[in-house]
Design a protein around this ligand. Structure first.
Ligand code: MD3
Ligand code: FE
Length: 219
């Protein structure tokens, strides 16, 4: 499979890709060779653009802490969901996307059959035990043909993989540290979510799960 130029010689870890749908792939362990290199980048991003618990248009508050890197960042408030070029908390541009992040996302997309994936944003979701994400669609991006790449780090989660109606029954998929999910095409607008996390410990990240969601928001 694919090796990253920045990590020449690092083989793809074991784990066969699973098709979740006609255009969606679960790549178990794909990000494991990158994980150690991602931590300091994550630390630097959080220092420039601290995690925050966003308000939702419905009047609630996300249980997940979020921040972004890249040309754009995803934000939510009482007015709705959108991408911005500036972090509303600081007024500064979002931290640049580390080359390592873009390379991991591009390699994972290519492994799932999507060549030329060039994300302009990476949403960083930070879960503590008890945090979760209700069923929703990702539809704030301009080009809904571009795929999305999701990287899971830290403690495990149960991912809800739904259909095209909110009421469709959702499959439950265990996502572990290092797992990558890539989806596009006919699966791009599926409802999905994350069950509230059970208490657990990860040797490197402690009692937290970090999900990196790479998107082409404006491209
Ligand atoms: C959608 N984040 O931030 S993306 C989000 O784990 C979000 O933090 C989740 O959903 C998280 O909007 C997971 C993972 C994902 C995986 C497969 C999908 C989303 C999917 C398949 C179809 C549609
Ligand atoms: Fe989503």
């Amino acid at each position: 499979m694919h090796t990253l130029d920045l990590f020449a010689g690092v083989e793809h870890p074991p784990g066969l890709p699973f098709a979740l749908g006609e255009a969606a792939w679960h790549l178990p362990g794909f990000a494991l060779p990158w994980a150690e290199a991602l931590y300091p980048e994550l630390f630097a991003i959080r220092a420039q653009a601290p995690l925050r618990q966003l308000s939702t248009p419905g009047g609630g508050r996300m249980s997940v802490g979020t921040t972004s890197c890249g040309a754009l960042g995803w934000v939510s408030d009482a007015r709705g969901y959108r991408y911005t070029a500036f972090d509303p908390d600081s007024g500064r541009p979002w931290p640049a996307m580390p080359a390592m992040f873009a390379a991991l996302a591009g390699n994972a997309a290519a492994a799932a059959g999507y060549e030329g994936f060039a994300p302009d944003t990476c949403l960083i979701n930070h879960y503590r035990p008890g945090a979760g994400m209700g069923l929703h669609q990702d539809r704030d991006e301009r080009d809904l043909n571009a795929p999305i790449v999701s990287v899971s780090l830290g403690i495990g989660a149960v991912f809800l993989w739904g259909g095209h109606q909110r009421s469709d029954k959702a499959l439950r998929i265990a996502l572990a540290h290092g797992d990558v999910v890539v989806w596009g095409g006919a699966d791009r607008l599926r409802f999905h979510g994350v069950m509230p996390l059970a208490p657990a410990m990860h040797p490197r990240l402690g009692a937290r799960r970090i999900n990196l969601t790479f998107r082409q928001a404006r491209a």
